[in-house]
Ligand binder design. Structure first.
Ligand code: MN
Length: 132
């Protein structure tokens, strides 16, 4: 079964590159351009992985992550923060908001998908049933 990724990202170039890399590795990708539409999409049909930009208009990624984590139906869904913020403490803020892990922009096309999978596997390993 193809793994479904929900990509919440407002920057078109980032959406293009990320989608390209994931699809090349066999993932199915749907995109949301802002936090609210991302939350709606995740709620309507929980994806296997959520990739979440932190710097988003209106509602930042931390608020989006907290909202997603308030939905028990998404407990098993890894949320991978992808952000250009590189300040000390941002990783902790991502994790506190409910993200499973953190990848810094600019992403490395050679390692990006592997980083996503490592964070997703680590998140899922925290549940008794293992990979869903
Ligand atoms: Mn952004």
């Amino acid at each position: 079964m193809t793994s479904q990724v929900l990509l919440i990202e407002d920057n078109e170039q980032n959406r293009y590159l990320t989608t390209f890399l994931l699809e090349r590795n066999g993932y199915s990708v749907r995109v949301a351009h802002d936090g609210l539409s991302g939350i709606r999409s995740a709620t309507e049909s929980p994806p296997d992985v959520i990739l979440l930009d932190i710097q988003l208009p209106t509602m930042d990624g931390y608020a989006v992550a907290r909202s997603l984590r308030a939905n028990a139906a998404l407990d098993r869904t890894p949320i991978v923060a992808v952000t250009s913020y590189a300040m000390v403490g941002d990783r902790e803020k991502c994790l506190e908001a409910g993200c499973s892990g953190y990848i810094e922009k600019p992403i490395d096309p050679e390692t990006f998908v592997g980083q996503v999978e490592a964070i997703a596997d680590d998140h899922r390993s925290g549940f008794d049933g293992g990979p869903a």
